[in-house]
Design a protein around this ligand. Structure first.
Ligand code: NDP
Length: 327
């Protein structure tokens, strides 16, 4: 038996609880992992609270991220004792995920933990940090360099936003952080932001074109914010769009694309091919250190996950939550 979060949906409604599970209930897979740590991402918050249609099969163990040690494997790449990491692939949505002490998975979804990082540290980064790095790489692939000008990061106090600020600053960019929590401005400056703006400047309907302010942006907010970013990008600027914290819609005009040649680069982390994952995690390992991870994350026990999921969706959590599934 092992402990895990289980989401059920039936005639009694939608419920998530911390419960004891039987190994025989684990789904099919060629690698079984003893999970050491998982995390709480925005998507996990939606899954646990039922506030978004994330879970596609019930009952479901949520958790789109996990890190741990292989217990047994028939996959050619992995053997018992290997330290592995998983982000996405629909795990925690349609295949039992990381918020449990054990997981059985398709070995093709796993990568080795990057050299120099522990299970706990990889989960401090989690899908949020991995997505932030994919966004940084998307900017680079579109020719963005520190010399081009300031880079805007929205959702700055969120998991993606915090890592985007830290990575960009450590790569030499001048980062402007956009947040609804001005009381966290000092924290955002410690992460590397040179300026902090109020997200209200971006969240209302705006004009098709605005003053050219940013060479690039990493946006985890979407909606009017993303439309206003497009309108305020410099000539041939790029925005990497990866989230929808404000909303799914994109009420924008084509003006920034056809008059300023801006690029809207979409970032998906879930189905990302293996080579991109390995590149992103290798880059992350060179940029993070214990001090950054401690400043951006805090740890909770498995039993605290459900309350934390609700707080995350209410915007009450700064940075990242690491879940110790063994306490
Ligand atoms: P968090 O909840 O940690 O952060 C979201 C942040 O967005 C909040 O901290 C807040 O920042 C800001 N925010 C919240 N509500 C609003 C609003 N109504 N208007 C404007 N800003 C708002 O989430 P994550 O960082 O983990 O994820 C961010 C987004 O990215 C989510 O939509 C998530 O689904 C998406 N995502 C997408 C991935 C992909 O593969 N494309 C992977 C990972 C995440 P502040 O308080 O500073 O204003």
């Amino acid at each position: 038996m092992f402990n895990g979060i289980l989401i059920e949906k039936n005639e009694q409604g939608y419920r998530a609880g911390c419960t004891s599970l039987d190994e025989a209930q684990l789904p099919a897979g060629d690698v079984q992992v003893r999970v050491e740590y998982s995390t709480l991402n925005y998507k996990d918050g939606l899954a646990i609270t039922g506030k978004g249609p994330v879970v596609r099969a019930f009952p479901m163990v949520p958790g789109i991220d996990l890190a741990g040690i292989v217990e047994h494997s028939t996959h050619p790449t992995f053997k018992a004792g290997d330290a592995v990491l998983l982000n996405g692939w629909g795990v925690g949505e349609k295949h039992w995920g990381g918020l449990a002490q054990k997981a059985r998975l398709d070995g093709n979804w796993l990568i080795p933990q990057p050299a120099g990082l522990t299970s706990r540290q990889t989960m401090a980064v989690g899908t949020a940090g991995y997505t932030a790095m994919l966004a940084v790489i998307a900017l680079e692939r579109n020719g963005v360099t520190p010399a081009k000008g300031r880079v805007l990061v929205t959702g700055a106090n969120g998991g993606v936003g915090g890592f985007a600020i830290a990575f960009l600053a450590r790569l030499g960019y001048q980062v402007v952080a956009s947040t609804g929590r001005q009381e966290e401005a000092a924290h955002l400056r410690r992460l590397g932001a040179v300026d902090v703006i109020d997200r209200a400047q971006l969240s209302a309907p705006g004009r098709p074109l605005a003053k050219e302010q940013w060479a690039a942006a990493i946006d985890s907010v979407g909606s009017h914010t993303l439309a206003n970013i497009c309108a305020g990008l410099q000539y041939q600027g790029t925005v990497a769009a990866c989230g929808l914290a404000q909303g799914m819609e994109l009420p924008a005009s084509v003006a920034p694309f056809i008059l300023r040649g801006v690029t809207l680069a979409g970032v998906d982390s879930v189905m990302r091919p293996l080579a991109d994952r390995l590149e992103a995690w290798q880059r992350i390992a060179t940029l993070v250190d214990g001090e950054l991870l401690a400043s951006i994350s805090r740890e909770i026990a498995l039993g605290e996950t459900i309350a934390a999921a609700a707080a995350l969706l209410e915007g009450k959590i700064r940075g990242r939550i690491i879940v110790d599934v063994n306490r």
